[in-house]
Design a protein around this ligand. Structure first.
Ligand SMILES: Cc1cc2nc3c(=O)[nH]c(=O)nc-3n(C[C@H](O)[C@H](O)[C@H](O)COP(=O)(O)O)c2cc1C
Length: 188
């Protein structure tokens, strides 16, 4: 199958349109961030890449902490809004009617409406070009207990997670496999 070749670009998909919460100078703010991911398992580390022009950039640089709230389809309109309006002009928690809950390991709000929140402490800031990368330790993971079953297992398929791909938002579809299933012996 022939492919056409485009110049190098940022087309990676799907990725989470994460709702990042932050706090500094007595105010809370939200910013939508697609440039995020996990970079190390032990210690658990993540990153977010921010343009220096964002209000959240300065807030997170000053506070050294942030929370990555994973996107659920139920709040996708708010996630888009937090990506096109600045906290300089609007209180995004109030405008989106999102509930700020206190994180457990850092002085920062989490978003109650998100099923999973990663509490993060910045360890390095690396200028890359358009964006600076905030590398961070994940100090805690807050899980909505509605998605924990009677055996203590996270039912992530029930979290209605959303994805971002090439400028559009998608609701995750049906489960089609799980880690290592391709080599698992079938039960007779
Ligand atoms: C889907 C989506 C993904 C985004 N990803 C990023 C990102 O990774 N880094 C970034 O700096 N801005 C990103 N933005 C833009 C910011 O969210 C936007 O400029 C926001 O208004 C900044 O808010 P603030 O000034 O309150 O910090 C994204 C916007 C959208 C809609």
């Amino acid at each position: 199958m022939p492919k056409i070749t485009w110049k190098g670009g940022t087309l990676s998909a799907p990725i989470p349109p994460a709702l990042v919460s932050c706090r500094h100078g007595g105010r809370d703010n939200l910013i939508t961030v697609a440039w995020t991911g996990i970079v190390c398992s032990d210690p658990p580390k993540t990153y977010i890449s921010l343009r220096p022009s964002r209000l959240s950039y300065e807030m997170i640089k000053q506070s050294g902490v942030f929370v990555i709230n994973l996107p659920s389809s139920h709040i996708i309109r708010s996630i888009d809004f937090c990506g096109v309006r600045s906290g300089r002009d609007v209180d995004k928690f109030a405008a989106c009617r999102l509930t700020a809950e206190e994180a457990t390991t850092i002085d920062c709000p989490t978003v109650a409406e998100s099923p999973l929140s990663l509490e993060c402490r910045v360890t390095d800031i690396t200028p890359l070009g358009s964006h600076d990368m905030f590398l961070a330790d994940i100090t805690a993971v807050d899980v909505d207990d509605r998605y924990i079953d009677e055996n203590g297992k996270l039912r992530i398929e029930q979290c209605s997670l959303a994805a971002y791909a090439h400028g559009s938002y998608f609701a995750l579809g049906k489960k089609i496999g799980s880690f290592g299933y391709s080599v698992k012996k079938k039960r007779r």
